[in-house]
Design a protein around this ligand. Structure first.
Ligand SMILES: Nc1ccn([C@@H]2O[C@H](COP(=O)(O)OP(=O)(O)OP(=O)(O)O)[C@@H](O)[C@H]2O)c(=O)n1
Ligand SMILES: O=C(CO)[C@H](O)[C@H](O)COP(=O)(O)O
Length: 448
């Protein structure tokens, strides 16, 4: 984690781990903070996301941009990061020809807006160039709107860097407009050395003098367009740096801006796991307990609320999700349904239908936990064979719609100590299920 600001993480101890994003739902809001930032950008800004690579270094069959992270392709997270920025007018995603249909499906399935898909090239520079040219073509087709609407600034960002924030994009866009080019940099993690042809040390660079060039980068349309018109086949084939093309072919010195460690690029297989764990941290840890109004359920809900205090999970209690309480469905809450004595899953089914009706699980998995409280002399539901099977079936169907259903069973006890231990276990299991969103435990009836 950063010391005081993201930029102070100079040794880059954990490049994958961001500060808890500002979009994290707070207890006060109970919902992601999607307030528009106080940024005014009075010129058109478009984005090119190169996504035409094969991801060889991951060793996976599927190119990393299409790998599933929490049930959603990585590239969808990157697109969303740009889409939610109100002053970005269009996004061009560049993909290899054979993945254009898949990309179109992803756009439809996750309801992305402002996105155009264009075919990529053999190298990253060729792909980016195609994206830039497509921006020009789009505006030509619009005829008289050309002058006003053509992107003044083009932001280029690797599709495999999903954690980019609006305030940093703003800095890049403004600097690009003023200077012609701007790019993100980070302190070097390791020293850069050059080697002799025999594999010995030739010389080493003074690390403090150098920076790692990251993404996003921003350019005025004219600079990046001209740079690609003028650069050589060798640049297209072997080049790795757009800022260099702007300098060499347009004489434009890029403004370098130190970015947060979260700009890191998914390159290896393990980076996908790191991305998933970061995304999980950004998801809501809050849950709404539905008691159905029963006194025993309310007592359990109160006890749970106290017990989770130390576990970084926030709980609200409501008798139902009707009327004003339906607000929980629209905000980023997870759900805990307490059922007392009867072992019927109809209450969970009702929550699933409500969630579906508002399309709540489109972008992120929602957790629904069924807590079944057995009375003192009641037969445990796990011994009623139909229940574990019913919850498994219900959960399997819900999982296809990105809703993760889990079950927990606990027994009422006259022994206070025993009861408190059970409540604590429910609190711990609940917190863990919400935090981990484990697909493997979906449909399981856990014992507290
Ligand atoms: N012909 C290419 C090659 C790369 N890229 C994109 O450029 C970004 C950064 O490149 P990199 O991390 O090198 O991706 P890959 O080339 O896919 O990975 P690898 O080098 O491991 O094969 C990625 O979003 C990648 O899809 C592209 O659009 N067109
Ligand atoms: O380094 C870069 C700065 O321009 C680019 O971000 C790019 O990600 C390089 O990708 P590759 O891993 O293919 O070199």
């Amino acid at each position: 984690m950063e010391k005081t600001s993201p930029n102070e993480d100079a040794d880059n101890r954990d490049p994958a781990r961001p500060a808890r994003p500002r979009t994290f739902p707070t207890r006060e809001a109970g919902v992601r903070d999607r307030q528009p930032m106080d940024r005014s950008v009075d010129f058109p800004v478009s984005v090119v996301l190169p996504a035409g690579g094969t991801g060889e270094r991951t060793g996976l069959q599927t190119p990393k941009q299409f790998c599933s992270v929490l049930g959603r392709p990585l590239i969808s997270f990157t697109i969303q990061a740009f889409e939610r920025v109100s002053w970005i007018q269009s996004i061009v995603v560049v993909v290899a020809k054979e993945y254009m249909d898949l990309m179109t499906d992803i756009i439809q399935r996750f309801q992305h807006k402002k996105v155009q898909v264009v075919p990529g090239g053999k190298t990253r520079h060729r792909s980016i160039c195609n994206g830039v040219l497509a921006l020009g073509e789009a505006t030509r087709e619009e005829g008289q709107m050309l002058a006003a609407d053509r992107a003044k600034v083009v932001i280029i960002h690797d599709a495999v860097r999903p954690f980019v924030e609006e305030d940093f994009l703003y800095k890049i866009a403004m600097s690009a407009k003023e200077q012609g080019a701007a790019g993100a940099v980070r302190p070097l993690v390791s020293t850069v050395i050059s080697t002799t042809s025999e594999g010995y040390l030739d010389h080493s660079l003074e690390r403090a003098k150098y920076r790692a060039s990251e993404m996003p980068q921003g350019f005025t349309y004219d600079v990046i367009h001209q740079a690609y018109q003028r650069c050589t086949e060798s640049d297209f084939e072997f080049g790795t740096e757009c800022l260099h093309l702007a300098l060499q072919y347009c004489g434009t010195n890029a403004k370098l801006i130190e970015g947060p460690p979260t700009l890191w690029k998914v390159t290896y297989k393990r980076d996908l796991a790191a991305a998933e764990s970061i995304i999980k941290e950004t998801l809501s840890q809050s849950a709404c307990i539905i008691t159905g109004g029963s006194a025993q359920a309310v007592t359990l809900a109160d006890a749970l609320q106290k017990a989770v205090g130390a576990l970084d999970t926030e709980l609200d209690i409501t008798p139902d999700l009707m009327g004003d309480n339906s607000k929980y469905l629209l905000e980023e809450w997870n759900f805990i349904q307490i059922s007392v004595s009867h072992s019927c899953l109809s209450e969970v089914e009702a929550i699933l239908m409500d969630l579906e009706a508002v399309n709540r699980a489109l972008l992120h998995p929602v957790v629904v936990i069924w807590v079944h409280l057995n009375g003192l002399d009641e037969l445990s539901v796990s011994r009623k064979m139909a229940v574990p099977a019913a919850i498994r079936d219900l959960a399997s169907a819900a999982k296809l719609r990105n809703i993760l259903v889990y079950g927990i069973q606990l027994h009422q006890s006259a022994d206070t100590e025993r009861w408190e231990r059970s409540v604590l276990r429910v609190a711990e299991i609940t917190s863990t299920l919400i935090r981990d969103r484990s697909p493997a435990l979906v449909g399981q009836l856990l014992q507290a």
